[in-house]
Structures are given as structure tokens and as C-alpha cells.
Design a protein around this ligand. Sequence first.
Ligand SMILES: C[S@@+](CC[C@H](N)C(=O)[O-])C[C@H]1O[C@@H](n2cnc3c(N)ncnc32)[C@H](O)[C@@H]1O
Length: 154
Amino acid sequence: MHIVLVEPEIPSNTGNISRTCAVTGSALHLVRPLGFSTDDRQLKRAGLDYWSLLDITYHDSIEDLWSAFPEGRFHYIETQAGQWYTDVHYGPDDFLVFGKETKGLPQTLLEEHQDEVIRIPMLNNAHARSLNLSNAVAIVTFEALRQQGFPNMV
Ligand SMILES: C[S@@+](CC[C@H](N)C(=O)[O-])C[C@H]1O[C@@H](n2cnc3c(N)ncnc32)[C@H](O)[C@@H]1O
């Protein structure tokens, strides 16, 4: 799988996600600007032992990512979506795209890719708007891998 973080802001989240990528064999794509340096202490603390295992690529924009993978199949994971993440069939080379911690994915992107936006169901509570980014990544990634029979995993 390919895990894409668009403009991540909190280093410990990216550290946790790097660990999820390392243990699942998923590639990590970070779309700039990042809200931290990759030397950040919290980032390293959350993912240090796993950093060397990562297949990590940096992109200057989401458009650059799309250009680099013209045949890629992209799923956009956001709280406002018509369909649940469990309604989708995932392939091994699919891209799972997640938004930044404070604002999520840009509204224009969501509108232009409506049919590819999926959400993780939550209680309908105005005071609990979303999951933590790293938890959202783990939930969708493991569903995608489950559908594929957890390839090369024991
Ligand atoms: C902490 S959320 C913040 C954005 C959110 N739209 C908000 O209301 O503030 C950061 C990212 O986590 C993912 N996420 C968190 N909860 C989610 C959910 N229930 N369904 C889908 N994605 C979720 C999305 O990729 C989102 O862009």
C-alpha cells in the first residue's frame, strides 16, 4: 500500500504512522509543507527504530504526487464522505490519502474527487469531530491489508 500524508503538522503522528508503514511494508509519501523537520525529536522518538526500514518519498504538492503516479488509484480519507472505508475494494498498489491534523484535506480536492472519498464511521457528536490522524491511518491500512489476506504478514 501507499500511505500519503498531506501537509502533516504533528511530528509524533508521522512517527507513529512511519511505524505502521514499516510493519506493514507500506510506502510513506509526505506532501510538503511539513509542520516539522524530519530531525524532530518527537518524530524520531515515535518512529526512530523504524525510520531506516521506511520507503519514504517527499512531494512538493499533491499534483506532483499525481504526476509521479499517473496510473495510481487514490482513496481520500476524510470525515465528510458518502461511503464508509469498509465499502471499498482495495488493491495492493492503491494510495490512501490523509489530511492535515488541523484542517483535514482541502475542500476543493474533496469536491473534485467525491466518488473516491471515504470515511471511518463515528458517533454523531459535534464535540468529537474526528479520530487522531495516526489511528485513522492504521484503521484504513489494516482493512485494506485484511482484504488482501495480509500479504507477507504473519
Ligand atoms: C484529525 S483529522 C482533522 C480534520 C477533520 N476534518 C476535522 O474535522 O477537523 C486529520 C485527518 O485524519 C483523518 N480522519 C480522522 N478521523 C476520520 C474519520 N472518522 N474518517 C475519515 N478520516 C478521518 C482524515 O484523513 C483527516 O484529514
